[in-house]
Design a protein around this ligand. Structure first.
Ligand code: 5AD
Ligand code: FES
Length: 346
């Protein structure tokens, strides 16, 4: 197995069956071998810098019904909220003073936020903070809508592909959502000029090692600027509420593989990883991740943006995720930087 990791390190690509056998053989020994290489390559490109993004979860209304997600429209127990434009701008003001130079506007697919409203919000943020990047993460839209947001100043877009296997995709989503549409969106975004992020959950229901290998093949072929991955975690009010979580071990292993396949990729160590393991975000960095996305949403709504159970950073003591993150990163020898944190090329 180590020879496959050596090969990935040298060539930055493998065949599907090679990825699948690595994933099948993921154990602590092989992981350590991988992480030493993925960490090294990350140090060559990004040093010990950690890029931070201020995450603003501005609406948990969603017209979709993804089977895994706690804010799916059928979840009658979700307490719905929307932030006003003023509330979003005040999150940015707070974030700017805390050293954030990227704001990620994330939300469900909420028809209240028309293109006009999104564009107005993006324009105001970019006008007030011209040195900041704005990332949108608001789901599937038409190419025209994506173009309008881009023309308003949005720089980046996150849209996880969730799984690169169409049959697996159909088991995680209602029939009106297809992998084909998802991919169309990702290619539109790329074409328009966004820095694009895709990604998937590790250990989602029905996922096989071959599915994960397919995710790697898609990533090495699409070459996204960012890849967001985290363990699947059940949310009790969803059809998958009794399913098992993904593991931290396999999530970390996938982070390492992604770093070797795409040395320059912007790779977050996610909140979901921090939720299944109290030191998960630190371990993600040590496996090759270089981005963290502390929560900037008002504390009053944080308990409502619950994609999965037991999400961290939702209590009152979490008002300052920024400082918490700084301490955590310093504890493992890394430094949070005040900059947009764009992708490097090499
Ligand atoms: N567990 C882990 N991640 C989830 N997401 C949605 N629901 C869950 C869950 N139950 C992820 C999806 C989505 C992102 C915003 O959050 O991958 O794209
Ligand atoms: Fe949110 Fe630590 S990062 S409380």
């Amino acid at each position: 197995m180590k020879n496959l990791i050596d090969k990935l390190e040298k060539q930055h690509c493998l065949q599907k069956d090679e990825y699948a056998s690595l994933i099948r053989n993921c154990d602590p020994g092989l992981s350590e071998y991988l992480f030493e290489k993925s960490r090294n390559i990350r140090h060559e490109i990004y040093g010990h810098d950690i890029y931070i993004r201020g995450l603003i979860e501005f609406t948990n209304y969603c017209k979709n019904d993804c089977l895994y997600c706690g804010i799916r429209r059928s979840n009658k127990n979700a307490q719905r909220y929307r932030l006003t434009k003023e509330e979003i701008l005040s999150c940015c003001e707070n974030g700017y003073s805390l050293g954030f130079r990227t704001f990620v506007l994330q939300g469900g697919e909420d028809p209240f936020f028309t293109d006009d409203r999104i564009c107005e919000i993006v324009e105001e943020i970019k006008k007030k903070y011209p040195d900041c990047a704005v990332t949108l993460s608001i789901g599937e839209k038409s190419r025209e809508s994506y173009q309008r947001y881009f023309d308003s100043g949005a720089d980046r877009y996150l849209l996880r592909h969730e799984t690169a296997d169409p049959v697996h995709y159909s088991r995680l989503h209602p029939p009106e959502l297809t992998l084909e549409k998802r991919m169309r969106c990702l290619y539109d975004l790329r074409d328009i000029g966004y820095q694009v992020g895709c990604g998937f959950m590790v250990g989602s229901p029905f996922q096989t090692e071959e599915n994960l290998a397919e995710d790697m093949i898609f990533i090495q072929q699409f070459r996204p600027d960012m890849v967001g991955i985290g363990p699947f975690i059940p949310q009790k009010d969803t059809p998958f509420g009794e399913m098992e979580s993904g593991t931290a071990g396999l999530t970390l292993f996938m982070l390492g593989l992604i770093r070797l396949a795409l040395p320059c990729v912007l790779l977050p160590s996610t909140t979901a990883l921090g939720t299944i393991d109290p030191r998960g975000r630190e371990k993600g960095i040590l496996a090759g991740a270089n981005v963290v996305m502390p929560n900037l949403s008002p504390v009053s709504v944080r308990k409502k943006y619950l994609l999965y159970d037991n999400k961290i950073c939702t209590g009152d003591e979490a008002a300052e995720c920024r400082n918490c993150m700084q301490t955590r990163m310093r504890s493992i020898g890394y430094d949070v930087t005040v900059c947009r944190g764009d992708r490097k090329n090499f």
